[in-house]
Design a protein around this ligand. Structure first.
Ligand code: GUN
Length: 284
């Protein structure tokens, strides 16, 4: 079997067209959606992500503001900027690009963002609402994965879903969303004893560990849906996922590529959250 490839660029283009229309409607009512992005330090991957987020805003008609701080910035300075953005009516979403330099307490920074503008869904209040099955903002990457599964008409009820990776950004919210969709969920991590035992049981396998090609075809159940959240750079400069695409695609029924899979969906859901936030603010 050779898997069908789930094209995140094509699905993103479709979704972004309808987001562009919603943004234009809001702008016509005097409530143009606005996103502020904060980047601290010179992490090259973060710089690329932030650039892509700003470009995507421009393409769908979302106002964007970028605030860059040098790596040695005292945390108070960034917290001060966040407080100003919390109070700014032009801004409906605030995103602090992670990771932050070591002098920062990441939790303190994430909690400083108004929960009503937390379009990343990282604020403890929003994580709690998601855990209760009543989300305000869903973190963009797991949200994008759910949109991809739903675009294929996949019913998750009763499915064995296995997530590899337990990060706050992907693994944990992904588990909550899949539980909410009535899948039976297993979360594997670096201390899991027999990883392949678990991955081979998965009807839906989500790889989010950050290790190039660590999930190989022999670890995939025949006919499984394989979602690759990893973005890793190989020594030759090429990007690859956490899944060994060439071997896994011979076993899976559906697979996401890297690049061009989950990555573009993450940015699309950031736009969706920002527009949703502007919509809520306009309705107040
Ligand atoms: N760093 C890696 N992924 C993300 C993300 O989705 N949001 C933010 N803010 N930082 C990240």
């Amino acid at each position: 079997m050779t898997a069908k490839i789930l094209d995140g660029n094509a699905l993103s283009a479709e979704l972004r067209e309808s987001l562009r229309q919603r943004a234009a409607e809001l702008a016509a009512q005097g409530s143009k959606p606005g996103l502020a992005v904060i980047l601290v330090g010179e992490n090259p991957a973060s710089q690329v992500y932030v650039r892509n987020k700003i470009k995507a805003c421009e393409a769908v008609g979302v106002h964007s503001e970028k605030y860059e701080f040098p790596a040695d910035t005292p945390p108070e300075k960034v917290l001060h900027k966040i407080a100003a953005l919390n109070a700014d009516p032009k801004i409906h979403g605030i995103l602090v690009q992670l990771p932050l330099p070591p002098q920062f307490d990441e939790d303190e920074v994430l909690e400083a963002v108004s929960a009503e503008k937390d379009v990343d869904g990282f604020h403890a209040e929003n994580v709690g609402l998601l855990a209760q099955g009543n989300p305000r903002f869903i973190s963009c990457t797991p949200y994008g994965v759910m949109e991809m599964l739903s675009s294929e008409g996949i019913s998750l009820r009763g499915m064995e879903a296995v997530i590899v990776g337990r990060s706050n950004i992907v693994g944990k919210p992904m588990a909550l969303l899949l539980i909410g969709a009535s899948a039976t969920v297993t979360v594997c991590h670096s201390q899991t004893r027999d990883l392949a035992f678990h991955t081979r049981r998965a009807d839906v396998l989500v790889a989010a560990v950050g290790k190039a090609k660590m999930i190989t075809g022999d670890m995939v159940k025949p006919g499984a849906v394989v979602i690759d959240v990893g973005i890793n750079r190989l020594p030759d400069g090429k990007l690859c996922g956490d899944v060994d695409f060439d071997s896994a695609k011979e076993v899976a029924s559906l697979i996401t590529p890297v690049p061009g899979g989950v990555g573009p969906m993450t940015i699309t859901m950031l736009l969706a959250n920002t527009i949703e936030s502007a919509d809520r603010a306009a309705g107040k």
